[in-house]
Design a protein around this ligand. Structure first.
Ligand SMILES: C[C@@](CO)(OP(=O)(O)O)[C@H](O)COP(=O)(O)OP(=O)(O)OC[C@H]1O[C@@H](n2ccc(N)nc2=O)[C@H](O)[C@@H]1O
Ligand SMILES: Nc1ncnc2c1ncn2[C@@H]1O[C@H](COP(=O)(O)OP(=O)(O)O)[C@@H](O)[C@H]1O
Length: 309
């Protein structure tokens, strides 16, 4: 194989709780992650020269070792003694620094692409292990689907009954939020309202999107909404426009809202985009991976055949 095209999909956090802090300062999480259909296009081609060349459609995005996709290719070359080089082109469609794991998912896709392009034969479990060396939510971006993530994101459990298919509006304020400063400002011991993760899993089992909407909860909102109160206004407007629920994703600033009706979701996205003068506001849908389409919730990672579409 000389070249490959992959779709690196974004994620949202349906619930996000902070349950403690590690000795190194990282916060311990309990979060239900969900893949959405929105993706960055990734094209990879083998090069004879031993170099990593990266190109993106965003002129200001770094294309050197600061880019997680570059880091992924580099780590794979070093770890597995790959002599040839690789050209990577990223068609960035996921808003950057948005709480949608755009960089992490590009990184995961490049790990998958290197595995296939160079015939390394690594299992999903092995890819997840390599991914964990590059960032805490990158193993999830390898696995995808509806996954309960604990630890700092790397302890993953496939959810028995994944999120029912529904429409998702993503609305990002044009502000940048530093994940590091959100965690730093979070007074996790004083949090009063914690997500009810078990109830969310039950609502998914019942395929009850309305119930899920009411249970959406993210403790990082307390910090980011204080910094950017317009996040709360966008949430309220999306609810007025018929959303079953609305929440900030990850450390923000993107707000997502769940809809059962496609036309309503598209209309809400168009209206919110105009009313709040947003560059990034669109309607997408939840994305299920093959194991979920087959009704499996196998946590034996070695048995899961890797599929990355
Ligand atoms: C908030 C979440 C939820 O899914 O997603 P995003 O908003 O990034 O999408 C993640 O926990 C984002 O994890 P990750 O992507 O690894 O965060 P990074 O930007 O690498 O971390 C920046 C800094 O945030 C702090 N940090 C990060 C993760 C964590 N569990 N606890 C922390 O305290 C650390 O100080 C770290 O140095
Ligand atoms: N391939 C990439 N795509 C987007 N951002 C990247 C990438 N590689 C590195 N970054 C850097 O990662 C930072 C966080 O971006 P991103 O992963 O999109 O945000 P988040 O973690 O909030 O979802 C950005 O400041 C960006 O410069």
């Amino acid at each position: 194989m000389r070249e490959i095209r992959l779709k690196a999909r974004a994620k949202i956090n349906l619930t996000l709780d902070v349950t403690g802090k590690r000795e190194d300062g990282y916060h311990l999480l309990e979060t239900i992650m969900q893949t959405v259909a929105l993706y960055d296009g990734i094209y990879m081609k083998k090069l004879e020269k031993p170099v990593i060349k990266l190109k993106t459609n965003l002129p200001w995005l770094p294309t050197d070792a600061r880019n997680l996709a570059w880091k992924a290719a580099n780590l794979m070359r070093e770890t597995f003694g790959i002599k040839e080089g690789v050209f990577i082109e990223i068609d960035k469609r996921i808003p950057v620094a948005a709480g949608l794991a755009g960089g992490s998912t590009d990184c995961a896709a490049v790990l998958v692409g290197m595995n296939r392009l160079f015939g390394l034969g690594l299992s999903e479990a092995q890819l997840e292990e390599v991914a964990g060396r590059l960032g805490s939510d990158i193993p999830y971006c390898i696995r995808r689907g509806t996954v309960l993530c604990e630890g700092v994101g790397e302890v993953m459990t496939n959810v028995a009954h994944p999120c029912p298919d529904c429409y998702v509006v993503l609305a990002k304020l044009p502000v940048s939020v530093s994940t590091a400063s959100v965690y730093k400002q979070l007074r996790w011991q004083e949090i009063e309202q914690h997500p009810d993760t078990k109830a969310m899993l039950k609502a998914m089992e019942e395929k009850d999107v309305a119930k899920m909407g009411k249970l959406l909860s993210n403790v990082l909102e307390t910090v980011t909404i204080e910094l950017h109160p317009r996040i709360a206004k966008i949430k309220a407007r999306l609810m007025e426009l018929g959303a079953e629920g609305a929440l900030m994703s990850g450390s923000g600033p993107t707000v997502f809202a769940l809809f059962t009706d496609r036309a309503k979701a598209r209309k809400a996205a168009a209206l919110v985009k105009r009313e709040f003068a947003l560059k990034d506001c669109l309607a997408t849908r939840t994305y299920r991976v093959r194991r979920e389409l087959r009704g499996e919730h196998n946590n034996d990672r070695n048995k899961i055949q890797h599929q990355y579409k």
